[in-house]
Write a protein that binds this ligand. Structure first.
Ligand SMILES: NC(=O)c1ccc[n+]([C@@H]2O[C@H](COP(=O)([O-])OP(=O)(O)OC[C@H]3O[C@@H](n4cnc5c(N)ncnc54)[C@H](OP(=O)(O)O)[C@@H]3O)[C@@H](O)[C@H]2O)c1
Length: 113
């Protein structure tokens, strides 16, 4: 059990259909620390593409609609450390770094340590 989180609330895994994200989703779903776990990705429902603010807004609304307090967001896409520091693994070919912005101030992205 994740003892640093008080029981309840919601965990969100972005990149949940991937190898790392799928494993995290399965682990968190088996935890008693969270009332619910939401997995998101471009191919999921609702679709979330971290390069599209529109899909981020829709996903944020979906998460808010669960009625659970958001307690944990994990980005398992590799989006924050692509080859150019700007995209998912294998897609970070842009020479122009982008700036990360979360879906809203109330749901900031998880920070990597
Ligand atoms: N696998 C390992 O053993 C391992 C070890 C150490 C570190 N890592 C790192 O962990 C990260 C994830 O690795 P992985 O092997 O799990 O990768 P993966 O299997 O390719 O999974 C990537 C996930 O991210 C989603 N995704 C990709 N681009 C996205 C976007 N723009 N918006 C939203 N979702 C997006 C994908 O789903 P959709 O295509 O549906 O969007 C998928 O769910 C990478 O940075 C990798 O370098 C992996």
């Amino acid at each position: 059990m994740l003892e640093s989180f008080p029981a309840g609330g919601l965990a969100v895994v972005v990149g949940a259909t991937g190898g790392v994200g799928g494993a995290l989703l399965a682990h968190l779903a088996g935890e008693r620390s969270f009332r619910g776990v939401v997995g998101l990705s471009r191919g999921g429902v609702p679709p979330l593409d971290l390069t599209s603010e529109e899909t981020i807004a829709r996903a944020a609304a979906h998460v808010a609609g669960t009625g659970h307090e958001l307690r944990l967001v994990v980005d398992a896409t590799g989006f924050l450390h692509g080859a150019a520091g700007s995209g998912p693994r294998g897609a970070g070919t842009s020479s122009t770094p982008r700036t990360w912005r979360g879906p809203s101030p109330s749901t900031p992205p998880a920070r990597r340590s």
